[in-house]
Design a protein around this ligand. Sequence first.
Ligand code: BV8
Length: 245
Amino acid sequence: MNDPHDERIILASRAIAKSQNPCCFSGAGLSAPSGVGTFRDPGDGWWSRHDPMKLASPDGFAEDPELVMKWYAARRIQMAHAQPNAGHLALACRPDIIQITQNTDDLLKRAGCDRLIQLHGDITSDRCHGNCGHVEHVDMSNPSLNRYCPACSVWGMRPTVTWFGESLPTAAWALAEEATLNCDLMLVVGTSAVVYPAAALIELASRAGATIVIINSESTAATPLADHELIGSAEEILPRLLGSG
Ligand code: BV8
């Protein structure tokens, strides 16, 4: 999209301006312009050599904990150099919008969003794989690899993220469901909408009567639910949609 006054932007902006209770559901495409790899875009390096679904899973960690922690180390170093982009900053200028994100990076937090629900956890810390409760912050520019838990000596610290095959954090899911059922508009930003149960929130919002505004670089599984679909980069569209660009 290169027409700044594109009719679609104007119609979607009007819907957002009328909204009393907006929320935003985001995925990896929101952080992609900051240089953080998405899960399904044809990437280079790790994503073309390894299946993220396998690496981000208890079975993958059990099979090759060194490979998994090297993958997280590479992602953490990539994130350490990333800065919030204009899309994150545009969302941060709207504290009335509750942020429900699948992203595990800290870019929405660093942009200034404090009404933030991270459905799939937070990559900036590790926890004991033996579930003793020990959690420690990770130096993202020099991330630790495989090690014993300093609290209980069980082998295996792992990222505090939700892996495939693991249940989502109960509290985060409850907050996300509540925000979804209460919203009258949901921005759906940078997600292929294929990971469940997170992606089910889009249909839940739509069935509850919310207006669905999708911002994505391509059509996705959520397209049939869109009242407005804006195809393009979130870092270009969000500032224009939310009035900060
Ligand atoms: C669970 C943390 C119960 C790890 C992640 C139905 C119901 C319940 C479960 C399932 C179900 N069907 C299948 C399942 C199982 C599974 C699942 O969904 N599988 C799918 C993939 C087939 N779900 C689970 O396992 C979940 N747990 O259900 O618990 C349970 C318990 C036991 C046994 C069974 C079930 C847990 C899922 C959580 C996985 N963890 N992340 C880590 O990060 O290492 S998910 C991971 O994918 C990331 O969080 C990521 O955000 C997320 C979703 O992907 P997207 O964000 O959408 O990213 P993607 O790359 O796909 O798309 C990016 C989009 O942006 C693209 O469309 C692209 O075009 C666009 N884009 C790119 N650049 C831009 C852009 N758009 C705009 N601007 C740009 N600049």
